[in-house]
Design a protein around this ligand. Structure first.
Ligand SMILES: Cc1ncc(COP(=O)(O)O)c(C=O)c1O
Length: 407
């Protein structure tokens, strides 16, 4: 009996559209079930992966008896912040050398986006943020709750399953001057479609000419191409012109630290004096929200980033993850070609990062779940990281059947 409860009138909230896929998957007793919904890396054996270099860093930390569990400062671990800025902006970044970057440790990518958005809502003169259409489902919620007003710009073209570059330029060209623009640094989620470097350059020129403020979401650095530097290139182009920008970094995917919640928010400013004021105001955002960030995950990252040998080991393990995903793309494409599945599936190998935006519709997705026990979000996004050589044929059969029956 809940009739006496002060919360009795609450309605049951729907599951999160992404995390809800896993809830449904867990309830399915089929031995052939396959979860391609969640954006977490799996090995060829379908198991979660803790990187060897992460295990080693953890051992070092555990064995170091001088380490204590005191609170971190509000802005987090100083070493971690410095090294994170270096990782995304480059070791030779003029902005870092001039002390023009304010970096704070936050709760992974989501927390970094939220702190950045709360800061902008308090201190930036333009409260409109443009996000790509489509984008990661949490973006509109994070920004709206922080007090920003969310609008979209065209990004994906379903006809080509590629970038709608003309639409993007038109929409950003028509955006309110000074507005904030959310950009996926690489491996756009959910589409797997990124602008080329030439297109990035045009986006940069347009945004700078209109005074639009770039807010980069970097959740997949190194995961897209296998190279940390190549994946950070778009961000570095915007920093190289001397203008301002924000960047939210996550170590969930590229270091496999999902549940440790390690990330950073950097705000690149025009002078060291402004960066110092920005940092002081970021502290006022963070203190009443969660006081200060957790110590363990950031210590793992700092241990790896500051030791050149461990850093190199990380890049090898990171590249292996990226390469396995790229090889899954190839295998799925080949399997569909072998089955003669109607349609052009080349987008599977052209898209990049963890996800493929298959182009399958809601009805086809529902069919694949019911008949083949394959779980994915209803927009047809599949996580390539959840696939293996063993499961590719099952997925290809399901896609073939869905397309030929309900295409
Ligand atoms: C585009 C994008 N941004 C941010 C995140 C945030 O992830 P986390 O908060 O786990 O770092 C994700 C995770 O899926 C993402 O895909």
């Amino acid at each position: 009996m809940d009739s006496g409860s002060v919360f009795a009138s609450l309605v049951q909230a729907p599951e999160d559209p992404i995390l809800g896929v896993t809830v449904a998957y867990n309830k399915d007793p089929s031995p052939n079930k396959l979860n391609l919904g969640v954006g977490a890396y799996r090995t060829e054996e379908g198991k979660p992966l803790v990187l060897d270099v992460v295990r080693r860093a953890e051992q070092l930390l555990v064995n170091d008896q001088s380490r204590v569990k005191e609170y971190l400062p509000i802005v987090g671990l100083a070493d971690f912040n410095k090294l994170s800025a270096k990782l995304i902006f480059g070791a030779d970044s003029p902005a870092i050398q001039a002390n023009r970057v304010a970096t704070v440790q936050c709760l992974s990518g989501t927390g970094s986006l939220r702190v950045g958005a709360e800061f902008l809502a308090r201190h930036y003169h333009q409260l409109t943020i443009y996000i790509p259409q489509p984008t990661w489902g949490n973006h509109p919620k994070v920004f709206t709750l922080a007090g920003l007003s969310v609008k979209t710009y065209r990004y994906y073209d379903p006809a080509t399953r590629g970038l709608n570059f003309q639409g993007l330029l038109e929409d950003l060209g028509a955006a309110t001057s000074g507005a904030i623009v959310l950009l996926h640094a690489c491996a756009h989620n959910p589409t797997g479609v990124d602008p080329t470097l030439e297109q990035w350059e045009q986006i940069r020129q347009l945004m700078r000419s209109k005074g639009l403020l770039p807010f980069f979401d970097s959740a997949y650095q190194g995961f897209a191409s296998g190279s940390l530097d190549a994946d950070a290139q778009p961000v570095r182009m915007f920093v190289a012109d001397g203008g301002e920008c924000l960047a939210a970094q996550s170590y969930a995917k590229n270091m496999g630290l999902y549940g440790e919640r390690v990330g950073a928010l950097s705000i690149v400013c025009k002078t060291a004096d402004v960066a110092s004021k920005v940092e002081s105001q970021l502290k006022l955002v963070i203190r009443p929200m969660y006081s200060n960030p957790p110590i363990h995950g950031a210590s793992i990252v700092a241990t790896i980033l500051k030791d050149s040998k461990m850093y190199d080991e990380w890049t090898v393990e990171l590249k292996a993850m990226a390469d396995r995903i790229i090889s899954m793309r190839k295998q799925l494409f080949d399997a569909l070609s072998a089955r003669g599945t109607p349609g052009d599936w080349s987008h599977i190998i052209k898209q990049i990062g963890m996800f493929t935006f298959t182009g399958l519709n809601g009805e086809q997705v529902a069919f694949m779940t019911k008949e083949y026990h394959i779980y994915m979000t209803s927009d047809g996004r599949i996580s390539m990281a959840g696939l293996s050589s063993k499961t590719v044929p099952h997925l290809a059969d399901a896609i073939h059947s869905a397309v030929t029956r309900m295409g």
